[in-house]
Design a protein around this ligand. Structure first.
Ligand SMILES: *[C@@H]1O[C@H](CO)[C@@H](O)[C@H](O)[C@H]1NC(C)=O
Ligand SMILES: *[C@@H]1O[C@H](CO)[C@@H](O)[C@H](O)[C@H]1NC(C)=O
Ligand SMILES: *[C@@H]1O[C@H](CO)[C@@H](O)[C@H](O)[C@H]1NC(C)=O
Ligand SMILES: *[C@@H]1O[C@H](CO)[C@@H](O)[C@H](O)[C@H]1NC(C)=O
Ligand SMILES: *[C@@H]1O[C@H](CO)[C@@H](O)[C@H](O)[C@H]1NC(C)=O
Ligand SMILES: *[C@@H]1O[C@H](CO)[C@@H](O)[C@H](O)[C@H]1NC(C)=O
Ligand SMILES: *[C@@H]1O[C@H](CO)[C@@H](O)[C@H](O)[C@H]1NC(C)=O
Ligand SMILES: *[C@@H]1O[C@H](CO)[C@@H](O)[C@H](O)[C@H]1NC(C)=O
Ligand SMILES: *[C@@H]1O[C@H](CO)[C@@H](O)[C@H](O)[C@H]1NC(C)=O
Length: 802
C-alpha cells in the first residue's frame, strides 16, 4: 500500500511559516473532500492530522494519524471512522451539515457513516492535540460527539475504554478493516482479550484457567473503565494495572491491539519516528488463539517468529491460509483394536475437553478415549503441587485446537492414530507439513534494560503480570475439579480453594516465633539471612528465612514480596508467606527435605539420572523466570546452594528475587558503574568484572558452572579448583581427548559416580555447560534453548506409547 506523497507535501507546507492552509476546525456547512489532498484537519501543535487516508486501491477511510516525517509508507493511524466501509477516491467527502450531523458520503451518493448528532446552535468539528476529534457546541459549551468515545484498535493517553466499547484489531498490517481480536470488558467486569474467529471464539487473556482473583482481577467493580495516563500508567476498574517500561514524561504513547492478537503499549520519544514496545499483554506469541487452526501446532522461535505445523499424520488444508489448520491423512476408525496412541511431549492444546479425570494412568486414559468415537486424543499432566497432588490428570479432547509446542510445558498429548498408520515411519516425521505462518513477523519487545531510574513500584507491577500466567495450572485443576465432582466432595474442593487464597499469606511475628520455637533450629545461612526450620500451625514444615539488612519500608517490602510470591513454577521454591513487623522481614518457604544440591553433590547422594533431572529442572525454573516473565526477573545468584531438592529430588530454585528484597535490586538489573557486585565468587559471569551490561546471560553463565559441578563433582569455590581453572581443565580434557582411546567425559566425571552413568547424557550436560560459560555472552544459549537441548537428549520428542 502506498500512501501518496501528499503527506510529505503537506508536511513541507506545514513547516513553511507562510502557510496557513490547514486548520484544526471544520464549521457547519463545510466539508473535507477526498479529492483535495489539502483537505485535512491539523491539530494546533501539528501532532495529529485527520482526513481521508488511503487503505487500498481507490479506497479511503476517514482517519486520524500522527503527523510524522516518514508517514509515506507507514503512518501511525490511531482512529478510523469507516474502517469496514472505505469510500471511493472520487466525489466522497466528510460533511458537517447545518442540522448538526457529521457524515461521510461515498462517491457523492450513499452515506456510509454518520454521528447522528443534531444541533441548531453553532457547532464545530475540532481536532485536539491529544488526538481527540470532537463536535463542539460553542454556544452550549458542550461536546456533542467525540472520536475518543469510539476507539478502533488504538487508545491514546487519557482516552478511556469503557463498557460497551471495545478495541478491535485490524485484519492485517496493511488491511485496516476489523479483524478477529478484541479487547473488551466482559460481563463479569473483567478486561479480556478475545479471539473471535469465523468458526470458534475463545478468550486468551487473562488466562481462562485462571480464577479471576488469582489474576489480581476484581469482578466487583462494574464501572468498567480502563485508561492510561501520559506517563504510561495503565489502570482498569478490574484492578489490572501496569506501568510502561519507560514510565515517565517525554514520550508519546499508544495502546494498540495488534493484528497478531497481542495488546501492546508503544512508546516513542517525541520527534523520533520509531515506536518501541514498552509493555505487552502476552509474552508467548503461541498463547494467542486462532493462529494455527485445528490439528496443528504453533511453535515460537524468537529468531524466525511463529510457525505452524501439522500434527503427525495430518496434512495442511491450505498452505497459504494456516487458520484452516490440518486434516487427517487417514480417518481413524472407531474400533478399539485399530487404534493406537502417539505421544507428543511438551505439547499443549487448549480447551475442548470432554472432561477431567484425576488419577488416571496412560492405559486408563487410553481406554477412556478409545471408548469415545469423537475423542481425538488426550492431554496428560502430572500435578506435583496441587490438590490432590502427585497424581496424573487426564483430559480427553474432542477437538485439537490452539495447540502449541512449549519446552516449558510439563505435560504430553497422546494422539489417537490408526494402528496401521502408527507403524509407518511417516508418522514420526512432521517436517514435510510445515506451514509458514510467520508471514507477518511478530513484534519483539526491546529487551535491553532501562537505565538507572528504576522505580520499585513499576517493577512490581510487571512482576505481578508474571504471576498471573504462573498459576494457570492450579486453576485449571481446580475449575475442572469443581465441574465434575459431585456435591459430597465439595468439602475437598473448598479445601483446595482455601489453599489458593491462603497459601500465600502474611504471618504475624508471634506465629513465626511459635513455629520456629523461638528461632531454635538453624538450617542454613547466606543469601541475605539465616534460615530456620519451623512447623506452622497447620503442621506444614517450613523453612523460615530471617532477612538481615532488609532496610525496606513495610509497604515496599509487601509489594515486592507479594509479586515474588506469585511467581509459580514447579521448579521454583514455593513461598508460603512472609512476615513484616517492626524491623523484622521474614520469608516463609516450603521446607525441602533433601536440602541443597551443594550438600547432595558433596555427600554423593545423586546418581547420574538424578543429576540429569536436576539439570533439566533447574533450567526450566530459570527459563520460566527469564522468559515467561519477559526477562524482568534475573536470579543473579545461581549456585548449588540455591538449588533445593524436594522429596523426589526434583530441583527447586530458591532465593530468586531476593536481591530486590534486600534493596540491591539495582545492582542486579542495571549496569551501573557504582553498583555493588552481586553473585557468588566462582559462579559469576565475566560481565560483572568487566562492568558490561547485565542480562539474563549472567544466570546462564552461572548455570553452566553449576552443570560442570554436577558433572565433575568439583566445586569452583574450593581453593584448589577456582572456577577459571575448572573451566580450563574441562576444556583441555575435551580438546585433548583421543576418540580412539577414552571418552573425555571419563576423565572429568565425578568419581563419586563410580563409573555408573550414561555416557551420552553426561556428555550432553558437559557440552551444554561449556556453551553456557562462553565468555561472550551473546554466544551463550538462552535458558529455554538449554531446556530444549537437554530435552532433546532426554526424551525423544515423539515416541509411540504402545
Ligand atoms: C481486507 O479484508 C477484508 C476481509 O477479508 C476484505 O473484504 C477486504 O477487501 C480487504 N481489504 C483490502 C484493502 O485488502
Ligand atoms: C512500518 O513500521 C514498522 C514498525 O515501526 C516497521 O517494522 C516496518 O518495517 C515499517 N514498514 C515499512 C513498509 O516501512
Ligand atoms: C497509576 O494510576 C493509579 C490509578 O490512577 C494510581 O492508583 C497509581 O498510584 C498510579 N501509579 C503510579 C506509579 O503513578
Ligand atoms: C471502581 O473503579 C473506578 C475506576 O477505576 C474507581 O474510581 C472506583 O473507585 C472503583 N469503585 C470501587 C467500589 O472500588
Ligand atoms: C482463511 O480462512 C478463514 C476461514 O475460512 C477465512 O475467514 C479467512 O478469510 C481466510 N484468510 C485468507 C487470507 O484467505
Ligand atoms: C475423513 O472423513 C471426513 C468426514 O467424514 C471426510 O470429509 C474426509 O474426506 C475423510 N478423509 C479421508 C482421508 O478419508
Ligand atoms: C490414585 O490411584 C491409586 C491406585 O489406582 C490409589 O492407590 C491412590 O490412592 C489414588 N490417589 C488419589 C489421590 O486418589
Ligand atoms: C532498545 O532500547 C534501548 C534503550 O532504550 C535503545 O537504545 C535501543 O536502540 C532499543 N533497541 C531497539 C531495537 O529498539
Ligand atoms: C518513582 O515514582 C515516583 C512516583 O511516580 C516518583 O515520584 C519518583 O521520583 C520515581 N523514582 C525514580 C527513581 O524515578
Amino acid at each position: 500500500m502506498a500512501i501518496p506523497f501528499f503527506f510529505l507535501l503537506l508536511l513541507s507546507v506545514l513547516s513553511s511559516p507562510l502557510s496557513s492552509a490547514a486548520s484544526n476546525t471544520l464549521s457547519k456547512g463545510s466539508s473535507l473532500s477526498v479529492e483535495n489532498t489539502n483537505d485535512v484537519l491539523i491539530s494546533p501543535s501539528a501532532i495529529f492530522s485527520a482526513g481521508f487516508f488511503p487503505v487500498g486501491d481507490n479506497a479511503f477511510c476517514f482517519s486520524i494519524w500522527f503527523i510524522e516525517p516518514f508517514c509515506r509508507t507507514n503512518c501511525s493511524v490511531i482512529w478510523m471512522a469507516n474502517r469496514d466501509q472505505p469510500v471511493n477516491g472520487k466525489k466522497s467527502k466528510l460533511s458537517l451539515l447545518h442540522s448538526g450531523n457529521l457524515l461521510i458520503i461515498d462517491a457523492g451518493q450513499s452515506t456510509v457513516w454518520a454521528t447522528d448528532t443534531a444541533s441548531q446552535s453553532w457547532i464545530e468539528l475540532q481536532l485536539h492535540d491529544n488526538g481527540n476529534l470532537f463536535l463542539y457546541d460553542k454556544e452550549g459549551g458542550r461536546v456533542l460527539w467525540q472520536s475518543f468515545d469510539y476507539p478502533t484498535d488504538t487508545l491514546l493517553p487519557q482516552q478511556p475504554l469503557s463498557k460497551d466499547r471495545q478495541l478491535v484489531s485490524t485484519r492485517s498490517r496493511t488491511n485496516y478493516s476489523s479483524g478477529v481480536y478484541k479487547l473488551y470488558f466482559d460481563s463479569d467486569n473483567v478486561l479480556r482479550l478475545l479471539y473471535d474467529g469465523p468458526e470458534t471464539s475463545s478468550i486468551y487473556w487473562p488466562n481462562t484457567w485462571l480464577l479471576t482473583w488469582d489474576g489480581g482481577r476484581s469482578t466487583f467493580n462494574s464501572t468498567r473503565i480502563a485508561l492510561f495516563d501520559s506517563l504510561g500508567n495503565f489502570s482498569s476498574s478490574d484492578d489490572f494495572t501496569f506501568l510502561s517500561l519507560d514510565y515517565g514524561m517525554g514520550a508519546q504513547r499508544i495502546l494498540k491491539i495488534d493484528f497478531d492478537g497481542n495488546l501492546r503499549l508503544y512508546s516513542r520519544e517525541n520527534g523520533r519516528n520509531k515506536w518501541i514496545v514498552s509493555w505487552q499483554a502476552v509474552s508467548q506469541p503461541c498463547r494467542i488463539h486462532g493462529i494455527c487452526g485445528p490439528n496443528s501446532l504453533c511453535n515460537y522461535v524468537p529468531s524466525s517468529g511463529r510457525r505452524c505445523s501439522c500434527l503427525p499424520g495430518f496434512k495442511a488444508n491450505d498452505h497459504s491460509n494456516w487458520s484452516l489448520g490440518c486434516e487427517p491423512k487417514v480417518n481413524c476408525s472407531c474400533s478399539t483394536d485399530e487404534i493406537s496412541y502417539l505421544k507428543l511431549s511438551n505439547v499443549e492444546f487448549f480447551g475442548y475437553e470432554y472432561g477431567f479425570f484425576p488419577n488416571y494412568t496412560v492405559p486408563m486414559c487410553e481406554d477412556l478415549c478409545s471408548k469415545m468415537c469423537n475423542c481425538k486424543g488426550f492431554q496428560l499432566r502430572f500435578s506435583r503441587r496441587y490438590y490432590p497432588s502427585n497424581i496424573p490428570y487426564c483430559y480427553p479432547k474432542t477437538a485439537l485446537l490452539n495447540g502449541q509446542y512449549s519446552p516449558n510445558f510439563d505435560g504430553d498429548i497422546y494422539l489417537k492414530v490408526p494402528k496401521t498408520a502408527s507403524l509407518s515411519s511417516s508418522y514420526r516425521h512432521v517436517e514435510d507439513s510445515r506451514l509458514d505462518c510467520s508471514v507477518e513477523a511478530v513484534v519483539q519487545l526491546n529487551r535491553t534494560y532501562s537505565n538507572g531510574h528504576e522505580n520499585g513500584t513499576s517493577k512490581s507491577v510487571l512482576w505481578f503480570a508474571c504471576g498471573v500466567g504462573a498459576i494457570e495450572f492450579l486453576s485449571i485443576v481446580l475449575v475442572w475439579y469443581c465441574l465434575i465432582r459431585n456435591q459430597n466432595k465439595l468439602g475437598a474442593i473448598n479445601q483446595g480453594y482455601f489453599c489458593i487464597e491462603t497459601c500465600f499469606r502474611k504471618f504475624t511475628l508471634s506465629e513465626i516465633k511459635t513455629a520456629t520455637k523461638g528461632f531454635r533450629e538453624e538450617i542454613g545461612r547466606g543469601g541475605g539471612g539465616i534460615v530456620y526450620r519451623g512447623i506452622l500451625s497447620d503442621h506444614r514444615v517450613a523453612a523460615i528465612k530471617l532477612l538481615k539488612e532488609a532496610n525496606q519500608g513495610e509497604e515496599e517490602f509487601l509489594a515486592e514480596v507479594s509479586t515474588i510470591g506469585k511467581l509459580n513454577h514447579m521448579n521454583l521454591i514455593e513461598m508460603w508467606g512472609f512476615c513484616a513487623e517492626g524491623k523484622h522481614r521474614i520469608l516463609v518457604y516450603k521446607y525441602m527435605e533433601h536440602g541443597s544440591l551443594a550438600e547432595n553433590l558433596l555427600s554423593g547422594a545423586l546418581d547420574w539420572k538424578k543429576r540429569f533431572d536436576i539439570a533439566v529442572g533447574t533450567a526450566k525454573g530459570l527459563a520460566y523466570l527469564h522468559e515467561e516473565c519477559l526477562e524482568w526477573v534475573l536470579h543473579c545468584d545461581v549456585k548449588p546452594q540455591n538449588i533445593l531438592l524436594d522429596s523426589d529430588y526434583q530441583p527447586k530454585v530458591s532465593d530468586f528475587g531476593l536481591s530486590r528484597l534486600l534493596k540491591r535490586g539495582s545492582s542486579c538489573t542495571v549496569n551501573s558503574r557504582f553498583s555493588r557486585i552481586r553473585g557468588t565468587r566462582g559462579y559469576m559471569a565475566p560481565e560483572w568484572v568487566f562492568n558490561l551490561p547485565i542480562t539474563s546471560k549472567v544466570d546462564v553463565y552461572s548455570y553452566g558452572i553449576v552443570l560442570l559441578e554436577i558433572v565433575t563433582g568439583k566445586s569452583p569455590t574450593v581453593l584448589e579448583m577456582e572456577h577459571q581453572r575448572l573451566l580450563i581443565w574441562v576444556r583441555e580434557k575435551m580438546k585433548g581427548a583421543d576418540e580412539a582411546v577414552d571418552s573425555w567425559i571419563e576423565m572429568i566425571i565425578d568419581p563419586k559416580l563410580e563409573g555408573k552413568y550414561d555416557k551420552a547424557k553426561m556428555e550432553i550436560l558437559a557440552m551444554v555447560a561449556l556453551k553456557c560459560v562462553n565468555e561472550d555472552r551473546d554466544a551463550r544459549p538462552t535458558m529455554s534453548q538449554v531446556v530444549e537441548m537437554l530435552n532433546s537428549a532426554h526424551v525423544p520428542c515423539m515416541s509411540l506409547s504402545n
